[in-house]
Design a protein around this ligand. Structure first.
Ligand code: NAP
Length: 262
């Protein structure tokens, strides 16, 4: 039977902490984020699945099947709001085994990826870097105390192949490319500090392929070799996260499991 439980954490008592296995999806209303959320809810190994999003009502539109509690936390991704989200996640300190950070903007009602130098504007660059590099980094900054502990925790961040310096043969998409390259460097740097301060945590930077979501919709031309289904990508990413060993190096990998050149 289909079931949807969306609770807010406010005022909620977290009991039986020792038995908990918690997964967190940040940016849970997007095409890939919501597919990951659905998959996690079907996996009975999780007691709690936490959706963090600007659009809690959109998260609620995706009915879930399974036994996990689905909890939602609304955020506007300001630095204060990110801190408050992580404060709430700290109720699950030591029990979080997966965090997937899905945030990413390529275009919106005001922004279109640049094809030419003349299309670059400072305002658009700031917006794209804020969503794609700074917001994920603010989460990594605050999350360390919530994820540190005995339990292995894998944190995956959605990057993109176009962030690769070596792979950049076409040019264009200045802000999006560079913001994801910045994300890669921020995560690499954070992974070094986490290894010292929270060595139960491992990171993955993940290129999901071209996935059928709002982000890719305007670019799904015939030239795209393979348009992937978000549910398929979600399953692949979660499987990869389960296979990660704590002594692995930071991986920048694609949906087929191949390493991407930085
Ligand atoms: N689709 C593809 O072909 C493709 C290819 C390569 C990489 N990616 C990456 O995969 C990730 C997920 O993309 P998607 O395809 O699922 O796109 P999507 O459906 O457009 O989802 C957008 C995501 O970005 C978040 N977001 C939107 N505006 C934001 C803002 N102003 N500040 C912070 N977060 C914001 C959303 O979170 P809320 O839940 O809060 O709305 C959601 O998680 C992105 O990082 C994207 O760069 C996608």
């Amino acid at each position: 039977m289909e079931k949807l439980i969306v609770l807010t954490l406010q005022g909620m008592l977290v009991k039986d902490k020792a038995d908990k296995n918690v997964a967190v999806v940040i940016g849970a209303s997007g095409g890939i984020g919501s597919a990951i959320l659905r998959k996690l809810c079907l996996d009975n190994t999780y007691t709690d699945v936490i959706a963090v999003s600007r659009n809690i009502s959109d998260v609620g539109k995706h009915p879930t099947v399974g036994d996990a509690n689905v909890l939602s936390i609304e955020t506007d991704y300001t630095p204060e709001s990110v801190e408050s989200v992580v404060e709430q996640l700290s109720l699950f300190r030591g029990n979080i085994s997966k965090v997937i950070i899905c945030n990413g903007v390529l275009h919106d009602q005001d922004i279109w990826p640049e094809k030419r130098l003349e299309e670059i504007t400072a305002d658009n660059m700031v917006s794209i870097f804020t969503a794609n590099s700074i917001t994920p980094m603010l989460f990594l900054k605050s999350l360390i105390s919530a994820v540190k502990g005995q339990k292995k925790c894998v944190i995956a961040l959605l990057s993109a192949r176009v962030s690769s310096l070596q792979d950049n043969r076409l040019g264009g998409w200045y802000s999006y490319r560079a913001s994801k390259t910045a994300l890669n460097m921020l995560v690499k740097t954070a992974s070094i500090e986490y290894a010292r301060r929270a060595n139960n945590v491992k990171f993955i930077l993940y290129h999901p392929g071209t996935v059928d979501t709002n982000l890719s919709k305007p670019f799904q031309s015939k030239r795209v070799k393979k348009l992937l289904d978000p549910d398929d990508v979600a399953a692949r990413l979660l499987q990869k996260m389960s296979q990660v060993n704590l002594d692995d190096d930071l991986a920048f990998i694609d949906w087929e499991g191949y390493e991407i050149n930085w």
